[in-house]
Every structure is written in structure tokens, then in C-alpha cells.
Design a protein around this ligand. Structure first.
Ligand code: SAM
Length: 341
């Protein structure tokens, strides 16, 4: 009986090792063997995560994605809908700022970084621009990794897989394993936590950001539940992280028992590392005006986005201020967007 591992097809440098997609894997491998790279890519671009409810766009539309010249054009062709709004404006939302505050306080330094459920690589881009060189993004959605590599952070490596069933990712421990705004989605949290700990290795670090508590989306745990599954008592309130980044101060940790009414929490397990020397609250130039402002007014991209982020984005004033305040960059009136945004 053969015990050979199943083929992991690679298109545009991104291996497709997602478990539970054996038919798609076989189809892609077959297309590659026949020299049909474009059709293999279209098949991969049509695959979505288990929470997504929309049908994929027609293949003719997906075939046009590689010719897109901007991130937003590509996301439009991919039919990403509300997720596209969220990714396009990630650079100024309070959840992303909370993630930056965590990185600020617990900086990976020279360690290899694995961003689990990295989406389009927003955090990887920040890490790369701040000098980290050994970067790996893992996500179950191949299309998001394709966007990350093409438009957001081309210097990272990417592997399409679920962290619990990923093949050997070739990470040299001790590593810094990050999972932001996604851990609450993962159905088997003990397995995911164990896989992240194994990736981090002895002396490594596991950082989980924006894990839903009071926010019911996904499959949230209590703060104590997250603390137990990750084996740590170093927790933060997500709103405190955002506030700390905006104020340019260190975030204050909190006890799990005090975080029950938090919308979301963050946790750091293993070596907590040291704070970054750089100030991640100050985005790196070149900076551009935040394109949430249209004709001088703050315009949310959708009602859903407004409901989720509006109440937590008081740092963005309703009208574009003229003159700009000295802290315009810190408050993300000016943002550090990818070149081909
Ligand atoms: C809300 S997004 C967050 C993306 C990114 N971490 C960020 O902060 O911008 C959640 C991500 O989790 C990914 N995801 C969902 N289930 C996953 C799983 N089992 N393994 C890996 N990624 C998963 C989705 O594809 C999506 O990119």
C-alpha cells in the first residue's frame, strides 16, 4: 500500500495544501500536468472559506484577475463583496490598530514569523516594512494569499492550508506565531492552539489578536476559555490595545475575569518578547489621505462596515480637518497603503 503524501500543487509560488479539498487539489494538479496554468489558477481563485455564503464569479471573470492593476480591482473581480470593503480599509480600522499595538508590545525581532489566517497579508506588510525578513502567511483561502503576494507583501512566503492540517511549513523554531482576527473562527481551537505552539517551538511565542468574546460572530469562547486553550494569563482588552496605540503608550494587560464584557480580547503565550524599538503607531511614509473621506466627509463603505467599526473609530473625525492636526498620521487620517491599492 502506498503511503505517499498527496500532491501539493503550486501555482504562482503558492502551494495549495488545504485539507478537505482533495478534488480541487487533484483538478489543479491535473491542469498543471497538462500545462494549463491559467485554468488551474481560475479553479483556485474560485475557492472560498467555509463561512462564505456567496457563489464564486464565473470562470471568465476570474481569468481576468491576474490582469488587475490594483488590489481593489482584483477583489472586485473575485466577487469578495463585504470582505473587499473590510480588506481595502484595513489600514485604519480599530481591529488592525489593536493588532499593531500587540506587535508593538511583543515584537518578534529576528524570529521567523508565521501569520496564521493572514488574509491579504496586512500584518505581514507591516512586519516586512519594519525589517522582518523571515515571513510566512498561512490561510485556507488561496485567493487571499494570491492578493497578498501580488499587491500587499511580495517578500513573504505563502502556503494555503489550515494550520491544524498543514504540511511541514519549514519554520525554524523558536518562531513567532501570530493569528489576528481569526482564532474565534477556528472550530477546533485546542487543535489550532496545539499546532501554533508546535510551530512556535521551544522558547517561541504565540500571539492571538482580536478573539471575539461579546461579539458573537464565529465560535467565540470566554476570556478564560481562550486563556486555558492557549495556556497563558497574559491578556488584553482589544479596545485598550487600540487606545494605547493611538495614545502612544504601552497597553495595560487585564485579568480574564475582567474581560467578559469586552467585544474581543488578545492573548500572548510563551516568550512575550520585548517591545519594538520603532513606534508602530506612526505609519511609515509615503502616506496618503485616508480614502474613507469623500468630498471631505467620512463615508463608510457599507452599513455593515459602519455598524462594526463606526462606534470604535472616534479617532476618525466626521469631516476632513483643515488644517490637518499634528497627529493626522497616528489617527490614520493619513495612511500607509500598498502601492497598487
Ligand atoms: C477576519 S480575516 C483576518 C485576516 C487577517 N488576519 C487580518 O487581520 O487582516 C479571517 C481570516 O481567517 C481565514 N480563515 C478562516 N478559517 C481558517 C482556517 N481554518 N485556517 C486558516 N485560515 C482561516 C479567512 O480566510 C480570513 O482570511
Amino acid at each position: 500500500m502506498s503511503t505517499a503524501a498527496p500532491t501539493v500543487p503550486v501555482v504562482d509560488g503558492i502551494p495549495f495544501a488545504r485539507a478537505g479539498r482533495e478534488e480541487l487539489r487533484a483538478e489543479v494538479a491535473g491542469r498543471l500536468a497538462a500545462g494549463e496554468v491559467d485554468r488551474a489558477r481560475v479553479a483556485l481563485l474560485a475557492d472560498a472559506d467555509d463561512w462564505w455564503t456567496e457563489p464564486p464569479p464565473p470562470p471568465e471573470q476570474l481569468a481576468r484577475v491576474p490582469a488587475a492593476t490594483t488590489l481593489r480591482e482584483a477583489m472586485g473581480l473575485l466577487g469578495m463583496g463585504r470582505v473587499a470593503d473590510y480588506f481595502a480599509h484595513r489600514w485604519s480600522d480599530p481591529t488592525h490598530l489593536a493588532g499593531l499595538a500587540l506587535l508593538q508590545q511583543h515584537w518578534p525581532g529576528r524570529r521567523p514569523v508565521v501569520d496564521v489566517a493572514c488574509g491579504i497579508g496586512t500584518h505581514l506588510r507591516e512586519l516586512a516594512r519594519r525589517g522582518c525578513t523571515d515571513l510566512l502567511g498561512v490561510d485556507v483561502v488561496w485567493a487571499k494569499l494570491w492578493l497578498a503576494r501580488r499587491f500587499v507583501c511580495s517578500t513573504a512566503r505563502y502556503v494555503c492550508a489550515d494550520v491544524t492540517t498543514a504540511p511541514d511549513l519549514g519554520v525554524q523554531p523558536p518562531a513567532y506565531v501570530l493569528c489576528h482576527d481569526a482564532f474565534y473562527f477556528l472550530r477546533d481551537k485546542p487543535a489550532a492552539a496545539a499546532a501554533m505552539r508546535a510551530l512556535a517551538g521551544n522558547g517561541g511565542t504565540v500571539v492571538v489578536g482580536h478573539a471575539h468574546v461579546a461579539d458573537p460572530h464565529g465560535a467565540p469562547l470566554t476570556p478564560e476559555g481562550y486563556a486555558a486553550v492557549l495556556g497563558t494569563d497574559l491578556l488584553y482588552d482589544d479596545a485598550e490595545l487600540t487606545t494605547a496605540l493611538l495614545a502612544g503608550r504601552a497597553p495595560r494587560p487585564a485579568a480574564a475575569a475582567d474581560l467578559h464584557s469586552s467585544e474581543a480580547v488578545a492573548l500572548v503565550a510563551g516568550d512575550p518578547c520585548s517591545p519594538a524599538q520603532a513606534d508602530l503607531g506612526e505609519p511609515l511614509p509615503p502616506l496618503r489621505p485616508n480614502l474613507l473621506y469623500v468630498d471631505g466627509e467620512l463615508c463608510w463603505p457599507s452599513e455593515r462596515y459602519a455598524a462594526e467599526y463606526g462606534p470604535r473609530s472616534a479617532y476618525l473625525p466626521a469631516r476632513w480637518p483643515d488644517p490637518l492636526p499634528p497627529d493626522a498620521a497616528r489617527r490614520r487620517l493619513l495612511v500607509d497603503l500598498p502601492e497598487a491599492w
